[in-house]
Design a binder for this molecule. Structure first.
Ligand code: DSN
Length: 415
């Protein structure tokens, strides 16, 4: 039977429009990046056609001789990259990875320590509206009022008071290095296991610019598409003794058929992350964030914790303009081609839907080749947009400046 000849003009038009948006605007969402053409080709490969429930050598369907090799390749590459004993590369997302870890290590109702969402954690670290918070008894720790860094004394005190079975660390909106060692100590002090959610910083760890929690935490989860710059998806690294329980919790516990096209792309992403070029990339991500933080400070913004050690900054808008909310800022910046997300700041008086903060990340702009001088420009354009937010023609002029800034750095110029 011939293939359908339909040219889906609507989807083609939308794909072109999205490519244009990505090529001509600033992508500053801290969890986003640009995947390489090789990674994107693998996600559109014939592996998309195959069902392969189970694991290499232990599948429920036939025809998995090649799929087994691609999944083994991905597992082997990521274990080498991080020095892990065992990897599960099947999680469709970071949320799935985290839920599988809980299923493997906990019973419903068990107590877990996690960083509160409103202090930079993640939905799956026990938010009451997420399955993690509904199924398990999460106790939240936070950042200190004085330096806005994770309150390690509080972590120890809460561990002692609540005797958790699992301590979770890792964040989505925390601009500082997370040292896994104090969390290991807190977990050990009460005989708990330790999970490190490295979703945001996996690429910084792979690139050697942040401490590697593998070998310190019992389980490390991460996503493959943020600083790692691979395809969308999740991954779990663990010790040999927890491997069987983790694998069982992913399949059949949380998921059915794995997405082998994504796993093929993960294998490519892991190989890309093992190169010297990626090490230089990871270092530049951090250097760019630091330059952007200094320039934003010069423009009158307050940086939560006073700066950044990683790929993101968290901005408190109130000293810049007490009336300006994160929501309003996000909307007008998007109009100017500066795409980022509003974010709660620690102890934010506004709701999570409105917020007093912005989260700004450098992984994507660094992939496209921008360096410190462009960070100064981004700070200037951001401040100018917010100062002129009630003047549509000023915002339109800034959109043109953004287009010019991005032109030499288009990530997908041939598309
Ligand atoms: N959506 C991700 C982020 O932006 O950090 C977390 O899952």
């Amino acid at each position: 039977m011939p293939w359908p000849t339909l040219q889906d003009e609507e989807v083609l038009r939308l794909t072109k429009a999205e490519t244009d948006r990505q090529n001509t605007a600033l992508q500053l969402i801290a969890s986003e990046n640009f995947a390489s053409p090789a990674v994107m080709t693998a996600t559109g490969s014939v592996f998309t056609n195959k069902y392969s429930e189970g694991y290499p050598g232990r599948r429920y369907y036939g025809g998995n001789q090649v799929v087994d090799q691609v999944e083994d390749l991905a597992r082997q590459r990521v274990c080498e990259l991080f020095g892990a004993e065992h990897a599960n590369v099947q999680p469709h997302s970071g949320a799935n990875a985290n839920m599988a870890v809980y299923q493997a290590l906990l019973e419903p109702g068990d107590t877990v320590l996690g960083l509160s969402l409103d202090h930079g954690g993640h939905l799956t670290h026990g938010s009451p509206v997420n399955a993690s918070g509904l199924m398990y008894n999460f106790v939240g720790y936070g950042v200190t009022e004085s330096d806005e860094r994770i309150d390690l004394d509080q972590v120890l005190a809460l561990a002692n008071e609540h005797r958790p079975k699992l301590v979770v660390t890792g964040a989505t909106a925390y601009p500082r290095t997370i040292d896994p060692e104090p969390f290991r100590k807190a977990a050990d002090s009460v005989g708990a296991l330790l999970m490190f959610d490295a979703a945001h910083i996996a690429g910084l760890i792979a690139g050697g610019v942040h401490p590697n929690p593998v070998g310190i935490a019992d389980v490390v989860t991460f996503t493959t598409h943020k600083t790692m710059r691979g395809p969308r998806g999740g991954c779990i690294l663990t010790t040999s003794d927890l491997a069987a329980a983790i694998d069982k919790a992913i399949f059949p516990g949380q998921q059915g058929g794995p997405q082998e096209h994504a796993i093929a792309a993960k294998a490519i992403g892991f190989a890309e992350s093992a190169t010297d070029e990626f090490k230089a990339y990871a270092a530049q991500v951090v250097a760019n964030a630091s330059a952007l933080a200094s320039a934003m400070g010069e423009e009158g913004f307050r940086l939560v914790s006073g700066g950044t050690d990683n790929h993101l900054l968290l901005i408190d808008l109130r000293p810049f303009d007490a009336e300006l909310t994160g929501k309003e800022a996000q909307i007008v910046l998007d109009e100017a081609g500066i795409t980022l997300n509003r974010n709660s700041i620690p102890n934010d008086p506004r709701s999570p839907f409105v917020t007093s903060g912005l989260r700004i990340g450098t992984p994507a702009v660094t992939t496209q080749g921008m360096t410190e001088p462009e960070m100064v420009e981004i700070a200037r354009l951001t401040a100018a947009t917010l100062r002129n937010r009630t003047d549509p023609s000023a915002v339109a002029n800034i959109r043109e400046e953004v287009r010019q800034l991005c032109a030499p750095f288009a990530p997908y110029p041939q598309s």
